[in-house]
Design a binder for this molecule. Structure first.
Ligand code: 0RA
Length: 664
């Protein structure tokens, strides 16, 4: 998970850009006008085409270009894709495919290259035989990337020659022309995102790496690399990583579960194809209690699930239940099991490739195609049935775990019912520690989850009680990563959060989200090591138990200031060292000894008024919304930070030390 912020921007053209201007006298044919209108539409409403214009959209440009190379690889013509982030945050994608055709079409008067680069949705037009996998979620084509780049350069190696064409804001700056000879084939696209369109211009290495790693696992055999020319390692080399998996989903599931203790020796895997739909799935059981199903359609993470996930679940429940019934273990324990019991401690990946996917749901990440459900069901069911018959020892271990899960579920039901009963008695059921707001409109109400009773008291005094509620939390809340379900409902702090929010998971693990009492849930902890640990514990709880709230964008982190710089009657709050230096510069010409600098270690050092004017007042505060860039990485982060295994945790914290403070 990460939080959305704003950063400075950079300019200057892409590396390798030609100095001279190749602009040709434009002939205004009907087609040219159409092209200009198309590019104009993208620049006018960029969010409609690429989702948003913040850091997400910025990264999306890279994925869009990479998708084209992935398609070339899936068609069997390419096995290497190299992504490079240049010092000015322009990005190159190089593949060793056939190269986009550069020959001029007699009828259209331009090359396929120019059409692909300037006509919306032209991507697949020239190659009907290629199985196109991209073109899903925002599969808008590379022409959108072109329209949203101040500069884009395409270099094609094809038929022994090197061809180049350049564009500015999508408009050709000349015809495609030969610049040399070559023995290779491939496509190199370099683009500089337009910083008058995007609110962010700095690429995040970890975000790109997570996506490229995911693509390498989802498309086994393709070698993908990421080079960051903005940073060098200790040997003076650019930061570089290679992603390449021959094992595909099996290795992906092992990567996901690498900090958990496996229950079965080797992941269960199957693949198949029916009616043009390709299905791959891999699953592993671990000794934990979480269900982790990640699903993909055409390489897009379908976080809302859909028909492919429904088919997978149905096949799992049916096949395992039939096997468990046959062994008689359920009768012996006088227990009835539900589908959820088979999914405790399960980590699974489902990847389908569907020719014409229909995406539904709030974030358009739910597969709607009804035919896919039965296809996944059949392929998964057959594979699981065979596995259970062939591995009776593993099957026994799994079924024993399922029986334990069923027993725990029944124990948790009692604890859950308590929380539910409390909620039904409206008002009287709210936690005693909650200082509620007077508004009953969730859309305008906020709740602050505050570390400690003392800071909680200050926040109660400082807040605007019409729309801000305060729930103080005592010390460290339970680590839900390691706890069983009924222990979670036993925990006083967690019960208070559930009852204050009005939302809790039902027995089928769905949420009664319509009962949510606040649409802003703000975690407010000290800006020290303990505070960030508590923030992480609370985030873990939301991620594992109230994920929908995170996905809806309801979870925020408050950012109290780190310093107060004072000189005479002047004073200024500062949130980082840069701001502090600037304040000292402005107030005292940079002389630290002629100002008073107070370093805030905790919320407790601020009085009610200060807390309001720095951290709670909507007109000045800096709330950070918690977002999930990559579900797979978020899962790994929580299992690593909060799981049992100490060495990987240390390694992780060391690697991410500079992010771990704020950016989890
Ligand atoms: C259409 C036809 C052909 C290649 C491509 C598209 C192509 C597109 C991209 C985008 C990124 N890398 C790419 N590599 C290839 C070739 C048709 C032929 O040679 O017969």
């Amino acid at each position: 998970m990460s939080t959305d912020n704003v950063s400075p921007t950079g300019t200057s053209p892409v590396p390798g850009a030609l100095a001279q201007d190749h602009s040709h006298a434009a002939e205004y044919t009907a087609e040219n006008i159409q092209v200009l209108e198309g590019l104009e539409a993208v620049r006018k409403r960029p969010a409609m085409y690429i989702g948003d214009i913040s850091t997400k959209g910025l990264h999306h440009l890279v994925y869009e270009v990479v998708d084209n190379s992935i398609d070339e690889a899936l068609a069997g013509y390419c096995d290497s894709i190299e992504v490079t982030v240049h010092p000015n945050n322009s990005v190159s994608v190089l593949d060793n495919g056939r190269g986009i055709p550069t020959e001029i079409h007699k009828k259209e008067g331009k090359s396929a290259l120019e059409v692909v680069m300037t006509v919306l949705h032209a991507g697949g037009k020239f190659d009907k035989d290629t199985y196109k996998v991209s073109g899903g979620l925002h599969g808008v084509g590379v022409s959108c990337v072109n329209a949203l780049s101040t500069h884009l350069r395409a270099e094609i190696h094809r038929n022994g020659k090197v061809w180049v064409q350049e564009f500015a804001k999508g408009i050709p700056q000349g015809d495609v022309h030969q610049i040399g000879e070559t023995t290779k084939t491939g496509t190199l696209v370099t683009f500089l995102p337009d910083n008058t369109i995007f609110t962010e211009s700095v690429y995040n290495y970890d975000t790109l790496a997570a996506r490229l790693r995911e693509l390498a696992y989802l498309n086994r055999g393709i070698k993908i690399s990421l080079t960051d020319e903005r940073e060098r390692d200790d040997d003076g080399q650019f930061i570089k990583e290679h992603f390449h998996s021959e094992g595909g989903l099996v290795e992906f599931v092992q990567y996901l579960d690498s900090t958990r203790e496996p229950l079965i020796e080797i992941p269960i895997y199957s693949e198949g194809e029916r009616d043009g739909v390709m299905v791959e799935m891999a699953l592993q059981y671990n000794t934990g209690y979480n269900e982790n199903i990640h699903s993909y359609v055409n390489n897009i993470n379908t976080v809302e699930g859909g028909t492919h996930v429904a088919g997978f679940r149905r096949a799992m429940t049916r096949t395992f239940k039939a096997y468990a019934d046959k062994t008689g273990v359920l009768d012996k324990n006088k227990i009835s099991v539900t589908g959820d019991d088979f999914r405790e401690g399960l980590t699974a990946l489902i990847s389908v490739k569907v020719p014409e996917p229909q995406f539904e749901g709030q974030t358009k990440t739910k597969l709607g195609n009804s035919e896919v459900s039965g296809i996944v069901d059949t392929i998964t069911g057959e594979a699981l049935g065979i596995y259970l018959e062939e591995h009776p020892r593993m099957a026994k271990i799994i079924i024993e775990k399922v029986v334990l899960a069923a027993k725990a579920r029944i124990a948790a039901r009692k604890a859950r019912e308590q929380v539910q009963r409390k909620n039904v008695l409206s008002g009287a059921g709210l936690p005693g520690k909650l200082a509620d707001c007077s508004s009953k409109d969730p859309g305008e109400s906020e709740v602050f989850l505050v570390e400690g009773d003392s800071a909680g008291g200050t926040a109660k005094q400082g807040r605007d009680r019409t729309f801000q509620a305060i729930l103080p939390l005592r010390g460290k809340i339970l680590n839900v990563e390691k706890a069983m379900e009924h222990r979670i409902f036993d925990n006083e702090e967690i019960k208070n959060i559930y009852t204050a929010l009005g939302v809790y998971p039902l027995e089928d693990k769905s949420l009664n989200i319509e009962k949510l009492r606040y649409h802003k849930i703000v975690i407010m902890c000290d800006a020290d090591v303990d505070g960030s640990h508590i923030t992480t514990l609370i985030l873990t709880f939301f991620y594992r138990k109230l994920l929908r709230l995170v996905e809806m964008g309801y979870i925020y982190i408050a950012t109290p200031p780190l310093y107060l710089v004072k000189k005479g009657k002047q004073s200024r709050y500062c949130w980082n060292d840069e701001e502090r230096k600037k304040a000292v510069e402005d107030m005292a010409g940079g002389k630290e000894d002629s100002v008073h600098i107070q370093r805030y270690k905790g919320l407790g050092e601020m009085n009610a008024e200060q807390l309001w004017e720095t951290t709670m007042d909507p007109s000045v505060r800096k709330l950070r919304r918690v977002t999930i860039d990559s579900a797979v990485e978020a899962d790994r982060i929580f299992s690593t930070l909060m799981g049992d295994d100490v060495p990987p945790r240390r390694e992780f914290i060391e690697k991410h030390a500079k992010y771990a403070k704020l950016d989890i």
